[in-house]
Design a protein around this ligand. Structure first.
Ligand SMILES: C=CC1=C(C)c2cc3[nH]c(cc4nc(cc5[nH]c(cc1n2)c(C)c5CCC(=O)O)C(CCC(=O)O)=C4C)c(C)c3C=C
Ligand SMILES: [Fe+2]
Ligand SMILES: [Fe+2]
Length: 353
């Protein structure tokens, strides 16, 4: 290289760096069959952020779960499977959320931050924490598209180490093995965001107005967590309770007409109480005939809403004397739901564009 080449090189324009936005949700098996479900459960339940037991104790328990659970679980997945796209609903909805976010940015959603430029500078990706498409390939895709700054948006309104922190871990574990260091930001949990609460209340009111019954109660059900996680300092319970309080404030409903509960208990340990299934049973037995359930902790419908609530808890309700039961859809990729994501992205990307 001559001296003038070196000089020319030094002054070469720096390649223009883009901003990547990575939407992340939990994940789902690749097919509703024994082996794909087993593979998914193995990856999920081997994560120390999810099960924090000494490996010597957990390993034999996990082995028995991995033989006993996938068969039953595969049947449940088959009942809620998106047959058009041949994938779990969580995956279809997350993809659509990413596509709608990209369309909004192309249509000028971020223009007030950078008129005329934002659409060319932002690249959208989406990933599942467990299963496919993984966070590893999404981060590599962002690198390939020239993103030097990445905003990761974990689609969990309430923080839990088992979900939010696990997404952080996976992003950094990926970067650890790449000779590449983009600037990374994580969107914070949005459990008390005004847009999120307003949209929850509006979508609930709209869904209720379309029902052919008037609910006596609205049960607010969040995914559970082992109680021990809260005792260790996880803010999850406080954040769920705050979402619940703000939603009730918006709806002008007291705790008696709008109770909270925690679903999807897994294993023998104590989880957050009251449990959703026990609450649904109790309400039915106490004479509640018309029940609506809303699940604000899930950004997208999935097995835990479409099967556990819409099928299993509905059966518990009617078998114990209840008559009308409805699950309010998650915010998903609805127009209102997307407003929550747009608002979050526009706020958290500030200063970058
Ligand atoms: C110790 C186990 C689990 C913890 C802790 C946990 C926390 C947790 N999970 C979600 C969101 C989802 N969980 C989903 C499924 C699911 N969760 C667990 C276990 C724990 N979750 C299992 C074993 C499964 C698989 C299904 C089953 O075996 O019952 C899903 C749905 C995935 C899908 O494919 O549709 C979601 C979403 C949150 C928000 C959370 C902590 C707050
Ligand atoms: Fe879970
Ligand atoms: Fe479950």
């Amino acid at each position: 290289m001559t001296q003038s080449d070196a000089h020319a090189n030094k002054n070469a324009p720096v390649p223009h760096s883009k901003i990547g936005i990575l939407l992340v949700n939990l994940g789902t098996p690749s097919a509703p069959r024994f082996w794909p479900v087993r593979r998914f459960l193995k990856e999920f339940l081997s994560d120390r952020r999810v099960v924090d037991a000494p490996r010597i104790i957990w390993w034999p328990i996990l082995q028995s779960i991995l033989w006993l659970r996938p068969g039953r679980l595969a049947k449940k997945y088959a009942e809620i499977w998106n047959k058009t796209l041949n994938e779990g609903p969580l995956k279809s909805i997350t993809r659509s959320q990413a596509e709608k976010l990209a369309a909004w940015i192309r249509a000028g959603g971020l223009e007030k931050h950078k008129p005329g430029r934002a659409a060319d500078e932002v690249f959208i990706a989406w990933a599942m924490r467990y299963g496919e498409p993984g966070i590893g390939s999404a981060v590599k895709n962002l690198q390939a598209h020239g993103c030097a700054r990445i905003l990761v948006v974990p689609l969990y309104p309430q923080y839990a180490a088992a979900t939010t922190a696990s997404a952080y871990d996976k992003v950094f574990a990926t970067l650890e093995h790449m000779q590449w260091d983009p600037a990374v930001r994580f969107a914070p949990p949005y459990f008390d965001d005004r847009a999120y609460i307003d949209v929850l209340a509006t979508s609930l009111r709209a869904a209720i107005s379309r029902l052919d019954f008037v609910p006596e109660m609205i049960l607010v059900s969040f995914h559970g967590l082992p109680k021990a996680e809260i005792d260790k300092g996880d803010p999850y319970l406080d954040q769920c309770r705050e979402t619940w309080r703000l939603l009730r404030e918006d709806l002008r409903l007291g705790e008696d007409r709008c109770p909270i509960s925690f679903q999807s208990r897994f294993g023998a340990k104590e989880w957050l109480q009251p449990y959703t299934d026990a609450t649904v049973k109790r309400l039915a037995r106490e004479g509640v005939k018309n029940l609506v359930v809303i699940t604000p902790g899930f950004a997208a419908d999935c097995l835990e809403t479409l099967h556990e609530i819409a099928i299993e808890n509905r059966a518990i309700f009617t078998e114990n004397g209840g008559q009308n039961f409805a699950l309010i859809p998650c915010l998903n990729d609805s127009e209102l739901g997307m407003m929550v994501i747009f608002d979050l992205v526009a706020r958290e990307i500030r200063g970058w564009i």
